[in-house]
Ligand binder design. Structure first.
Ligand code: SAH
Length: 248
């Protein structure tokens, strides 16, 4: 069980596999008023940066679950580096259907709502691990502006226009599901660049070191077309944010 190797090539140097910066995760941790001893579950935890830094900065404890063996190993290394190995656990596992044994105070899925078949299903999944009155964190894309056509949607990384909502509609969707949006931290175009543009140097360095690899032609093609695709479509049209929700 693992994710395709291309992700760990593109994002080999990323600690955060989303259009967020360390400062934005820090702002989020402050915004939701984390305190020592708060228990956090993070489904699709990637390289564990959110949990590890929140453990260091706020004294939270937590479990991360991720299907990438490479990212999970990086998360364990990061926990050791930050001196929080006794506070956080990282499991290499499928997060779809994962429910924690003990209820948690904060249940998060940051940028992987496909694990619950979309926003509604992922909220339902997280709720099964959450103590009454706890906080759900959802990281999700939205359209910064309405996309004019299918080509723009696909150029932004979606399969179709309907994959995402504009921000006010996403807020209403959370409300329709019975949740108050109690906080949010949004990506900016600059923080998107830290996620997307940082992949180009990773790809170039990997190509220079692995010219004979079976993925070399794919990575070459991506590196040739990605910067313009990103600048033309995704950077203008696709937003992203983390939304903190409490059940009404
Ligand atoms: N939340 C992390 C990672 C987001 S990227 C961060 O903000 O950095 C999406 C993550 O989902 C990747 O780490 C990928 O390995 C993971 N993933 C994809 N499908 C998954 C599944 N079914 N179960 C668990 N993790 C999954």
């Amino acid at each position: 069980m693992d994710i395709p190797r291309i992700y760990s090539i593109r994002e080999s140097n990323h600690r955060i596999h989303n259009p967020f910066t360390p400062a934005k995760f820090a702002a989020l941790g402050q915004a939701i008023q984390l305190e020592p001893g708060i228990r956090v579950l993070d489904l699709a935890s990637g390289s564990g940066e959110m949990l590890c830094t929140w453990a260091r900065d706020h004294g939270v404890t937590g479990t991360g679950v991720d299907m990438s063996s490479v990212f999970t190993r990086d998360a364990l290394t990061r926990a050791a580096k930050l001196g929080v190995s006794d506070q956080v656990t990282f499991l290499h596992s499928d997060a779809a259907g994962f429910v924690s044994e003990e209820p948690v105070d904060v249940a998060a899925c940051i940028g992987a709502t496909w694990i619950g078949d979309g926003v509604a299903g992922t909220i339902e999944l997280l709720k099964r691990s959450l103590r009454p009155g706890g906080l759900i964190l959802i990281g999700e894309p939205y359209w910064r502006q309405r996309v004019p056509d299918q080509q723009t949607a696909m150029g932004s990384g979606a399969t179709r226009t309907e994959d995402f909502l504009v921000l006010p509609e996403l807020m209403e969707q959370f409300g329709d599901l019975g949740y108050d949006v109690v906080e949010m931290v949004l990506a900016s175009q600059d923080s998107w660049d830290r996620y997307q543009a940082a992949q180009w140097l990773n790809m170039r360095q990997w190509l220079d070191s692995n010219p004979e690899d079976e993925l070399a032609a794919q990575v070459r093609a991506e590196l040739t077309s990605e910067p313009a695709r990103y600048a033309r479509y995704q950077r203008e049209y696709l937003g992203w944010g983390v939304f903190a929700l409490m059940q009404r």
